[in-house]
Design a protein around this ligand. Structure first.
Ligand code: PMP
Length: 374
């Protein structure tokens, strides 16, 4: 049997990794500024993370959500502590898309309404509900299009107000920083206005922090720069450093009901053990502060070029937008300089490095980047 051919693959086969370094099957070393798509938060194969997962697997790897799981309780306590959302509750699932589905469902249950406002250039995942919230016609099937979603421009408060005032809106969903749509930042003022408007119309404010969260921008969640509190926060990617895990933080205004949400694998022992280790490492190694410092260092030190239109982002969520397609540059970075980078659209190089990226590693990228630009 062959694989269903949906991914455009680079001709590299990673077999080993440590920190921000990856080795392929030929022994070639690479610098990883992509983190497997913003997933590697504390660095590849961190010894403490590996030990936590191994130890857990030797005790109990899986049971179901029909019995008490103390690791879930510990994880809820720890995420509350590290994020500052101690009064929220936690529901664990398996991915970013599932988290956004659960958030939308919860908002709809709570409000009894079925419309959702999302933003142009958004990306919220590939499951049917999540893809319906995503502004990319190429991945929307006729089935997804039945969902009641309205797209408005990011930072356009009037458009949001206009849609809210038409009624029937369960939630507004927004990314802390738009990732796949090209590192577009909501302004602090817009976030604050969204909070007020959602309160006024009784709609839930859902913050998708799947990519922008977990310390990547220097705060635990990107929206915390705007000083607002959403009703639901969705998480995924870096939460367990590559062990599949997702979750939502839920404001105390939402009442749980037995059977309201559920999943077989969500919150399993291994995912929780990985997620707990990630939080410990983030704190012990000061990775949020590091992400901000090294990210801002890269932003400042990037070479100036007529070919670069704009550099956007915060911490280690950076987009370098060019006036031209970046595919050839990215190929050179990968095959000549052995550096993994990400992309957004045709013209943007997207950097989503592990949060432990050092200044020396950043310098290695900056030198290579200047050379491929020249
Ligand atoms: N939300 C955002 C902002 C994302 O970037 C992604 C993944 N790129 C998702 C949701 C979906 O996450 P997953 O692939 O884990 O379902």
């Amino acid at each position: 049997m062959e694989l269903f051919d949906v991914y455009s693959l680079f001709d590299v086969t990673p077999v080993k990794a440590k920190g921000c370094t990856v080795w392929d099957d030929k022994g070639q070393e690479y610098l990883d500024l992509y983190g497997g798509h913003a997933v590697i938060s504390v660095g590849h194969s961190h010894p403490q993370y590996v030990a936590a997962l191994t130890e857990q697997l030797n005790k109990i790897g899986f049971y179901s959500n029909s019995v008490r799981n103390p690791l879930q309780e510990e994880l809820a306590r720890r995420i509350g502590e590290v994020s500052g959302y101690e009064d929220y509750t936690l529901f664990l699932d398996n991915s970013g898309a599932e988290s956004n589905e659960n958030a939308a469902k919860l908002a709809s249950f709570a409000t009894g309404k079925d419309r959702i406002i999302a933003f142009r250039k958004s990306f919220h995942g590939r499951t049917s509900g999540a893809v319906a919230l995503t502004d990319n016609p190429a991945i929307v099937s006729p089935f997804n299009a039945h969902h009641r979603v309205t797209f408005v421009d990011l930072n356009d408060g009037d458009a949001v107000l206009d849609e809210l005032s038409k009624g029937g809106v369960a939630a507004v969903i927004i990314e802390g920083i738009q990732g796949c749509g090209g590192i577009n930042l909501p302004t602090n003022g817009f976030m604050q206005a969204l909070r007020r408007m959602c309160d006024q119309y009784g709609a839930a404010l859902i913050l998708d922090e799947v990519q922008s969260g977990y310390g990547r921008t220097g705060k635990f969640f990107a929206h915390q720069w705007a000083g607002i509190k959403p009703d639901i926060i969705t998480m995924g990617k870096g939460i367990a450093n590559g062990f599949p895990c997702g979750g939502i933080l839920i404001s105390p205004r939402f009442q749980a009901r037995k059977g309201m949400l559920g999943t077989t694998f969500g919150g399993n022992y291994l995912a929780c053990a990985g997620a707990l280790a990630v939080l410990d490492i983030i704190e012990q190694e000061g990775l949020m502060a590091n992400a901000l410092a090294v990210g801002e260092y890269i932003k400042e030190a990037l070479p100036k070029s007529d070919r670069i239109k704009e550099v956007r982002g915060k911490g280690l969520m950076l987009g370098i937008e060019f006036n031209e397609p970046v595919a050839p540059l990215r190929q050179k970075l990968l095959y000549d300089k052995h550096i993994f980078t990400g992309v957004a659209g045709q013209n943007m190089i997207r950097l989503l490095a592990p949060l432990c990226l050092t200044k020396a590693e950043a310098d290695r990228f900056l030198t290579a980047f200047s050379e491929v630009l020249a």
